[in-house]
Design a protein around this ligand. Structure first.
Ligand code: F6P
Length: 334
């Protein structure tokens, strides 16, 4: 049986959709880094990679050893190839400068090196989320790359994807013409195309939200979740099931597999507009979900239309099956 590896898929994309060679190289390098992260994650206690670093990231969150290891793997893999003008990571305060000894390229790489890292120590799925943007023309500016270069709406992404480290390691990818899923064949060491043209069903009976925050939600979310819980006897006239894995990668992967709705709404605790990061989580996932026929909003507007104002900006997120995302978004607008 002829198998389509990631390399073959990307070469065929170059032929059919004029994917530039440097973008192809970039994606291959990111995929290689994800293989290395997958290997580290799978070692667990045997590799001494579990537990915390004893440090905090820019968001004030405790960094796990694997957060830091994954960040370094991605930086090292991507800094030398000449395809990037800079990188930004959820784990770093500022934009990462490509060292002066290497050539610079046309793209910016943005990533959450290990999403859902509270799952690491309990042996539950985690993942890497990434997004690729074009670097704006800097008009001969040879100085450091500032954060403004990255502040582009998600609709400008040229590619987005994630790797999920679960029972299987998979890579999901969009370059704006559908979503493809590749499974890591550990014997060959290659990602192999296993899920062609992934689609999110329009209707669903499954939702994901951290219910422990209920008392902090805004009214439209309280109303909507109340209706979901009311089931067949309520206004929606059907029963809903709930799942919450606490790793966005894993919750989104389930939605891409069988549909569903993922919500991390704004809450009124500390005036933060939600928990998830626009650049590292919401934008790449929104691009993937839309390319699979789903919808992604912040309750008021399409996530991909938000103009970012800072690298580590947070946003409320509602994404997944069209019918339910549109319903909860409409409740915000009433
Ligand atoms: O970055 C954030 C993250 O770990 C997401 O992957 C996940 O969806 C969410 O936080 C879980 O949040 P909580 O711990 O509040 O359930």
């Amino acid at each position: 049986m002829s198998r389509v590896t990631l390399s073959r898929y990307l070469i065929e994309q170059t032929r059919s959709h004029n994917t530039p060679a440097d973008l192809r190289f970039l994606i291959e390098v990111v995929a290689r880094a994800c293989k290395a992260i997958s290997h580290q994650v799978s070692k667990g206690a045997l590799g001494g990679v579990l537990g915390s670093m004893g440090t905090e990231n820019v968001q004030g969150e405790v960094q796990k050893k694997l957060d830091v290891i994954s960040n370094e793997i991605l930086l090292e893999a991507n800094e030398w190839g000449g395809h990037l003008a800079g990188m930004a990571s959820e784990e770093m305060d500022n934009a990462y400068q490509i060292p002066g000894r290497y050539p610079k390229g046309a793209y910016l790489l943005v990533f959450d090196p290990l999403d859902g890292s509270s799952n690491i120590d309990v042996n539950v799925s985690v993942g890497t989320i990434f997004s690729v943007l074009r670097c704006p023309d800097r008009k001969g500016d040879k100085g450091d790359l500032g954060e403004e270069a990255f502040l582009q709406p998600g609709s400008q992404q040229v590619c987005a994807g994630y790797a999920i480290y679960g029972p299987q390691t998979m890579l999901l990818l969009t370059m704006g013409n559908g979503v493809k899923g590749f499974t890591l064949d550990r014997e060959l060491g290659s990602f192999v195309l296993t899920h062609d043209d992934i689609k999110v069903p329009e209707a669903t009976q499954e939702f994901a939200i951290n219910m422990s925050n209920q008392r902090h939600w805004e009214e439209p979310v309280k109303r909507y979740v109340g209706e979901l819980l009311a089931g067949a006897e309520g206004p929606l006239k059907k029963n809903f099931n709930m799942r919450w894995i606490a790793a966005m990668v894993a919750d989104v992967h389930r939605i891409l597999t069988r549909g569903g709705l993922f919500m991390y709404p704004r809450d009124n605790r500390d005036d933060k507009p939600g928990k998830l990061r626009l650049m590292y989580e919401a934008n790449p996932m929104a691009f993937i979900i839309e390319q699979a026929g789903g919808v992604a909003t912040d309750g008021n507007q399409r996530i991909l239309d938000i103009q970012p104002t800072s690298l580590h900006q947070r946003v409320p997120v509602f994404l997944g099956s069209k019918e339910e995302v549109e319903r909860v978004t409409a409740y915000h607008q009433e």
